[in-house]
Write a protein that binds this ligand. Sequence first.
Ligand code: FES
Ligand code: FES
Length: 164
Amino acid sequence: MKLKVNGQEHEVEVAADMPLLWVLRDELGIKGPKYGCGIAMCGACTVHVNGKPVRSCSYPASAVQGEVTTIEGLGTPDAMHAVQQAWVDHQVAQCGYCQSGQIMAAAALIATNSQPNDAEIDTALAGNLCRCGTYPRIRAAVKSAAKTIQGRPSDKPSVDEELA
Ligand code: FES
Ligand code: FES
C-alpha cells in the first residue's frame, strides 16, 4: 500500500489490518509515536491523519485516506511548531514517554480552538495519559502555544512559576 507520511510517499508491503503504529515504527523507522497500551487507551501512539488525532495502535494502516503526520513532521529542531516550542519553554516532559502523543493531541486542539481553557484542554487531552503527572505544565504550554499561533506574545513561565 502507499502511505504519505510527513510529506513523503512510501510504498509498504504489509497486511491490510496492520495497525498504523507498526507500519510507522517497524516498517518506516519513525519512532516518535510510542507504544503504550496498544488498545487506544493511553494516547502515546497519537499521530494525525489529515490533521485529526488518531490512535495509531488501533488504526489499520489501510484505513488511512490522506496524509499522516507524526511528531517528526510537526516541526524541526530549527523551526519548531508552536506547541513543541511551548513544551520546551515550559519544560513539560518528565520521562517523556507520553509526550509525543500529548503534543500531537495539543496541536490538533489549538488548530481548531485558538483559546482553549483548562476544561477544554482537559477534555481534548483526556485520552492522553501521563503517569509522571505533567498535566499542569501541559495546560500552561497549550495556552502559551495558542497565543503564539494567534500572534500574541506567549507567556514564558517565570522561574517562580516553574518552581511552584
Ligand atoms: S498505545 Fe495507542 S492508545 Fe495506547
Ligand atoms: S512524562 Fe512520563 S509518562 Fe508523561
